[in-house]
Design a binder for this molecule. Structure first.
Ligand code: ADP
Ligand code: TRP
Length: 322
């Protein structure tokens, strides 16, 4: 089975864009590939300097992903910092990473432009990402568009290394799910934490009602027929409906007689019901935190059994004594 690997930044509440843009695909990949998923807490450290928050976010991410259907028995699910070999490889790869390559990174330049302190880890972030990927010989790396360049840099580093030492690393390819359209936020722009326009998966019903109530619509009167194709409420509801359900909702728009408030209330029910099983699972894990630790430990052991063998081959190739 093809090894597919992806990292998750532990950065707080998950929203519908995260679920339909990424997590749902990961769930499918569990059945069709040898999937490695890890929580990139060392990457998060580059911009989060609050120890308590970083620990909490890491654990929250684990609980949320397990609740949403990441199955620790099907995939290898672990926390990045639990496999220390990744930091050894990070340093080794640093010696094979030209400065010019890192200087061209958009993500670094964007973060600095946004005012994040330009420290060394932020700059060398792509090298750690390369180590994440190359340590496990991942063939495919599913990522969001903003991460494509990082995977390309991983390829460059791996090719440079292989040219000097033989075929040590698998050259990975990125994978973007083109079928998944961008999920709009409540203002119609791309749903994103940084825009404050999200509908969060695990919010309470009151908050859900409030946020769905704020979705921007036009001001077509209640009785008049409405254009579903340009409506943000419809675009979100569609994610939860099969073809017949979408058609039925489209007819309600076309018919008139219902206001946007009705459609928002319907969307609220769709969201709430869809995530009911995940909410229950999450409550269970919150009450049984030891089980979460045990699952992460199993994942770390599985990952480590591969990483520890690979790092010896790499160290041997570059001449590191052991
Ligand atoms: P945010 O923009 O809220 O910070 P992230 O950048 O952390 O979200 O995204 C994590 C994952 O979720 C990525 O794979 C990204 O492509 C996906 N994702 C985030 N927002 C959306 C969206 N609005 N539509 C589709 N996918 C999204
Ligand atoms: N940088 C990625 C992000 O912000 C997370 C990440 C870290 C990752 N290491 C990775 C993704 C390795 C894929 C492969 O989303």
């Amino acid at each position: 089975m093809t090894r597919v690997l992806t990292g998750i930044q532990p950065s707080g509440a998950l929203h519908l864009g995260n679920y339909f843009g990424a997590i749902k695909q990961m769930k499918n990949l569990q059945d069709t590939s040898d999937l490695f998923i890890f929580i990139a807490n060392y990457h998060a450290l580059t911009s989060l300097k609050d120890a308590k928050a970083l620990k909490q976010n890491t654990l929250d991410a684990a609980i949320n992903f397990l609740a949403l259907g990441i199955d620790a028995n099907k995939s290898t699910f672990y926390v990045q910092s639990d496999v220390k070999e990744v930091l050894e490889l990070y340093w080794i790869l640093s010696s094979y990473t030209p400065m010019g390559l890192l200087e061209r990174a958009h993500s670094y330049k964007d973060k600095v432009a946004k005012g994040i302190a330009a420290n060394h880890s932020l700059f060398s972030y792509p090298v750690l990402m390369a180590a994440d990927i190359l340590l496990y010989d991942a063939a495919i790396v599913p990522v969001g568009k903003d991460q494509i360049q990082h995977v390309e840099m991983t390829r460059d580093i791996a090719i440079k290394f292989n040219n000097e030492h033989g075929d040590i690393f698998t050259i990975p390819e990125f994978k973007i799910d083109e079928i998944v359209a961008t999920v709009p936020g409540i203002d119609g722009a791309k749903m994103s934490k940084s825009y404050g326009n999200t509908i969060d998966i695990f919010c309470d019903v009151k908050t859900l009602k409030k946020t769905t109530g704020k979705i921007v619509t036009d001001s077509t009167p209640m009785d008049a027929p409405k254009d579903f194709s340009t409506c943000n409420v419809f675009a979100l509801a569609k994610l939860f409906l099969d073809a017949a359900g979408q058609e039925e909702l489209a007819q309600r728009y076309k018919k008139g007689g219902e206001g946007y408030g009705h459609f928002k209330a319907y969307l609220q029910t769709l969201v709430w019901d869809y995530f009911a099983p995940a909410r229950e699972k999450r409550a269970y894990y919150l009450a049984h935190i030891d089980e979460v630790y045990a699952l992460l430990d199993t994942g770390a052991k599985k990952a480590k059994s591969i990483a520890s063998k690979k790092i010896e081959i790499i160290k041997d190739a570059v001449g590191i004594y052991h």
